[in-house]
Design a binder for this molecule. Structure first.
Ligand code: MTE
Ligand code: MO
Length: 258
């Protein structure tokens, strides 16, 4: 994998462009192999604002090869993803998972307990009512899936940084990992976990998060691609050992910025 020096990125950006759509339309290549995707902090390099459907299409069509260390350099923890108005919400919002909608897990909220483990001071479990009592935040943002679609939705919950503070997370640790009710698992870097737009969400469009969108909770990160946003979270852990993720372990890029 060639590593592009930051100074050469601007110069090379046109020559780096490939047609991600064509790639994605080929089932055998849906997982990108070892290809590295550069959606995201790279919006600026592709000249796409991600402000409307057309610019996202253009953006999705301009993918270049770059490695995690350069993406890390490009990711600015203070950069905010665009937000949208209620009128711009995509209705109906799409469902996606590694299985069909009939196989969505139905978690029983009444005896649900969120487990918190690893490098945290408070290893207690959380009921949904404990979680619902946390400070509230909402966002209308765009979810971008590498399968070639994007949609604007409205999620409500609590800033994840607030949750990490309450559990006494070691925020100098490298990763936060997630275990889900459906065998999915994911992990993110600590700067993204602390990003102001990273929310632990319990509602979709003002209603309790439906099963298909990840009841009882979904981590919503508008700065990351769809697959980085775990639904049906059962356990959260803080660690310095790379936990991987359902798709990254099959060849997707771990950073998954958008
Ligand atoms: N637990 C779990 N989370 C998941 C997935 C999954 O299969 N299981 N799929 C991911 C992918 S690829 C996408 S695009 C989004 C879809 O979320 P949505 O159903 O709310 O649109 O969930 C992400 N989080
Ligand atoms: Mo996705």
């Amino acid at each position: 994998m060639k590593l592009f020096k930051p100074s050469s990125l601007g110069v090379d950006r046109e020559s780096l462009a490939i047609d991600v759509r064509r790639e994605l339309d080929m089932p055998s290549r849906r997982l990108f192999g070892k290809r590295i995707i550069t959606l995201g902090g790279l919006a600026m390099l592709t000249g796409c604002s991600l402000s409307d459907d057309k610019s996202v299409e253009t953006f999705l069509s301009r993918v270049s090869k770059i490695n995690d260390s350069v993406q890390g350099w490009l990711f600015d923890p203070d950069r905010l993803a665009p937000t949208y108005t209620e009128a711009q919400i995509t209705r109906p919002f799409p469902f996606n998972a590694f299985y069909g909608i009939d196989d969505v897990p139905h978690v029983d909220g009444s005896d649900f307990r969120l487990k918190v483990s690893g490098l945290v001071q408070e290893k207690k479990t959380w009921t949904l009512d404990d979680l619902y009592a946390l400070p509230k935040a909402e966002q209308i943002t765009r979810h971008i899936c590498v399968e070639g679609w994007s949609a604007i939705g409205r999620w409500g919950g609590t800033p994840f940084s607030e949750f990490l503070k309450r559990v006494g997370a070691d925020t100098s640790a490298k990763y936060v990992g997630f275990k889900c009710a459906d065998d999915y698992y994911e992990s993110i870097d600590m700067p993204t976990a602390l990003h102001p737009q990273t929310l632990l969400t319990f509602t979709y469009d003002g209603q309790q998060l439906p099963a298909k969108y990840g009841y009882p909770m979904k981590l919503r990160m508008p700065t990351k691609l769809g697959y980085k946003n775990p639904k049906h979270i059962m356990e959260i852990f803080v660690t310095n050992t790379f936990p991987g993720g359902y798709w990254v372990d099959q060849g997707y890029n771990w950073f998954g910025g958008s």
